[in-house]
Design a protein around this ligand. Structure first.
Ligand code: ZZB
Length: 264
């Protein structure tokens, strides 16, 4: 699985994280792995698993650090993503997802940075898998049913989740992709049509995700951004390359996928 790993720079740490990051010089980036770089204009939040343990790993001493899962750090060490030697990586801090909830990060291309006072918020998502990608997930509720359902739940139960309601509630979503069957807010359309009422409706959400991927990729047309007018299929590699060229993203491969394709 070839992901686009995106660099979301920390602007302001959550209070609970502060003591654990004291003394770090340079920039720290949350690094979500995505298959949908063409949707990055609509990132509203970045999700972590509250119970997952993450690390802050050194990329360039006193300059650049990544907040990711241990597993992702190990994988990146074998993909020449860290300048240290092959297979080498260095953890300088350990934090749980719960520690970083509320942190403000700047998300490349997202129009929601401006609405959120210079960034978007790190929020909790129970269904984040530690064993997939980087364990960090960027949220695009216009086009990802999981993200839409999670965001609605966070808004509804802000107090239960221990977050400020305005962190979750970003106002009107940004239409990015127009599709013939689901309109221009595919995820909202599918969640409502399938009567998905909670992020715990995992079976239906998996089905909605499948439909959203297929319709978006094969029928979707960009209606926002530099590639507006192009098909999603055409725009996807163009947005990805633009993010990589600007230094805001890099390629990250999921090793399981490599093993499967090598052996069969
Ligand atoms: C932004 C985005 C926008 C995504 C979208 C999807 C969609 P998949 O689909 O199962 O192969 N993701 C990445 N890592 C994790 C994780 N550790 N736990 C849970 N979810 C994760 O996985 C790839 C997608 O799942 C990624 O692409 C990411 O969400 C999420 F409009 O990034 B995506 C219809 C989907 N639309």
């Amino acid at each position: 699985q070839e992901y686009t790993a995106l660099k979301l720079e920390v602007k302001e740490w959550a209070a609970k994280a502060q003591s654990k990051v004291d003394g770090i010089q340079g920039k720290v980036f949350f690094v979500p792995a995505t298959l949908r770089p063409e949707t990055m204009y609509g990132q509203t939040h970045c999700f972590v698993g509250p119970a997952i343990t993450y690390g802050i790993y050194e990329v360039v001493k006193d300059e650049t650090y990544f907040f990711i899962s241990e597993r992702a750090a190990r994988n990146m060490a074998y993909q020449s993503i860290f300048p240290a030697g092959w297979g080498q990586y260095k953890k300088i801090a350990s934090l749980t997802g719960a520690d970083v909830v509320g942190t403000l990060v700047h998300a490349p291309l997202s129009v929601f940075n401006e609405r959120g006072g210079g960034g978007i918020r790190i929020l909790p998502m129970e269904s984040v898998k530690a064993s997939k990608g980087t364990g960090v997930v960027t949220s695009v509720p216009s086009d990802s049913p999981d993200d839409y359902a999670t965001m609605m739940d966070l808004v509804k139960k802000a107090e239960y989740y221990g977050i400020k309601k305005e962190w979750a509630d970003v106002g009107d979503l940004l239409p990015i992709i127009e599709t013939p069957s689901y309109g221009n807010l595919t995820a909202k359309f599918l969640v409502e049509k399938m009567k998905i009422s909670s992020p715990k409706d995992v079976k239906q959400l998996a089905e909605a995700k499948d439909l959203a991927y297929k319709e978006g990729f094969y029928q979707g047309k960009m209606i926002y951004g530099e590639f507006a007018g192009k098909s999603v299929e055409e725009a996807k590699p163009l947005v990805r390359q633009q993010l990589i060229d600007s230094g805001e993203a890099f390629a990250y491969a999921e090793p399981e996928g490599l093993v499967v394709s090598r052996s069969g």
